[in-house]
Write a protein that binds this ligand. Sequence first.
Ligand code: IPE
Ligand code: IPE
Ligand code: MG
Length: 253
Amino acid sequence: MTGTDTNQVLVGLPRHVAIIMDGNGRWAKQRGKSRTFGHKAGASAVRRAVAFARRNGIEALTLFAFSSENWGRPSAEVTVLMELFINVLKREVPQLNKNGVRLRIIGDTSRFSRRLQEHITKAEAATAGNTDLVLNVAANYGGRWDIVNGCQTLAKKVLAGEINPEDITEDTLGSVISLADVAPPDLLIRTGGDMRVSNFLLWQLAYAELYFAEVLWPDFDDHAFAEAIDCFMRRERRFGLTSEQREQMLAST
Ligand code: IPE
Ligand code: IPE
Ligand code: MG
């Protein structure tokens, strides 16, 4: 990473990076291959990105692997993605443990096959004690689902007389949705050139810096990741305040 020579209010490394890993299909098509080929290459890019995050002291990495809308794809592609998911879970746990990476799956896993659910539970348990990097993989995840799910949790608490409706605040809702225990994403990267959020972490991205890259996910390498981080570090995050206020706050810390 090259740092920056501007004198605006600088931000440090992102603690939490979220990535919409898009472009596997187009990458394969460019090579005259099936979409499956692209998804397999995408899995290698995941390994590379996890290693990069760990090496660079990022605390949490959240990857969008399969959206609640992706069930609508041709069934052969969905089947391949599920098989790939199982294979990756089976294969990668020793490496995750070696590198101190804790794996968690976010999303509605109840729709997955029993076999896949078992592999998820096993991989999460096997890596639960690791503390160098939290790797959240979003599978059958949708931002709207996440918020609705959190609302249901709170509604049940109201019904049980544990809380009053007036007790529901941004903090209480934030505490019952995915990723409640990690800092919200500082940086969202989307590869593949499209500039949209596609129902990813709608609540959690409220103040994330957005970065869109043309590179297709299988080609997302250390250089591309470093470029995204460099760009992030040049941003001025104001959180609704003025530049002057932010400068004063940073000067006093
Ligand atoms: C992202 O790549 C992976 C998943 C959504 C599972 P795509 O499969 O969406 O690739 P493109 O966008 O069609 O190129
Ligand atoms: C977003 O990619 C979901 C994942 C990367 C898992 P899509 O390819 O599904 O998004 P759209 O359809 O282009 O919005
Ligand atoms: Mg896509």
